[in-house]
Design a protein around this ligand. Structure first.
Ligand SMILES: Cc1cc2nc3c(=O)[nH]c(=O)nc-3n(C[C@H](O)[C@H](O)[C@H](O)COP(=O)(O)O)c2cc1C
Length: 189
């Protein structure tokens, strides 16, 4: 941080000032904030599915109903979403780590062998997910090297009581400590 007089401030504990933050430290610390794992899907003109995995999906506003995610400015899926002006957010389940890896890999047919049905807006709803939110793009804001995509909720639904897939410290994980989920698992065994 810099004062009006141009003096650079450190955090007061002897560590480097904020303008010295490098990418590795940024990724490392931010990786300690757990996130959901959400497949953002859309289709290109000939109804071909397209999508990517994000850890940045969040609700924004209840009235009007808005949600958002952040996409790297270079994202090819982002380009399609900007054209299609719609997307669906799919909350992946704890047993969908392989699907997540697939949806985050460049240069492969991400939807090869992946079962899905069209949402009310025509976006892919992936089989086996926890919940989905179908959106029309409301706003697109360029921020740093990412683009904030705000969607107006058109429809949404919970699909299953499965535990969600989570991401923390660079790895995938599960969510166990919820009584209702534990009971569901026990009943399912
Ligand atoms: C857990 C996880 C979270 C991710 N979160 C984001 C994100 O919020 N925004 C983003 O642009 N990419 C994110 N990625 C990376 C993209 O999924 C990946 O770069 C993908 O190949 C981009 O595809 P595209 O360029 O075809 O759109 C994430 C990947 C993983 C595994």
């Amino acid at each position: 941080m810099t004062t009006d007089e141009g003096i650079s401030l450190s955090r007061g504990n002897g560590e480097a000032p904020q303008d010295a933050i490098d990418g590795r430290r940024f990724r490392d610390v931010l990786g300690h904030f757990p996130t959901s794992v959400v497949a953002i899907t859309t289709t290109v003109e000939d109804d071909q599915p397209q999508g990517l995995v994000v850890g940045t999906f969040t609700s924004v506003s209840l009235d009007p109903p808005l949600v958002s995610f952040l996409a790297d400015s270079s994202s090819s899926t982002l380009r399609t979403i900007r054209t299609a002006e719609r997307f669906c957010a799919n909350a992946l389940a704890s047993n969908q780590e392989r699907l997540s890896r697939r949806m985050a890999t460049k240069g492969i047919g991400r939807f090869d062998g992946v079962a899905w049905t069209p949402s009310p807006l025509g976006n892919p709803i992936l089989d086996g997910i926890v919940a989905w939110v179908d959106c029309v793009v409301e706003q697109v804001v360029e921020i740093g090297d990412h683009v904030l995509v705000v969607g107006r909720v058109h429809d949404l639904r919970v699909e299953s009581v499965q535990a969600p897939l989570l991401f923390f410290r660079g790895g995938y994980g599960d969510y166990f400590s919820n009584t209702a989920l534990l009971l569901d698992r026990l009943v399912g065994w």
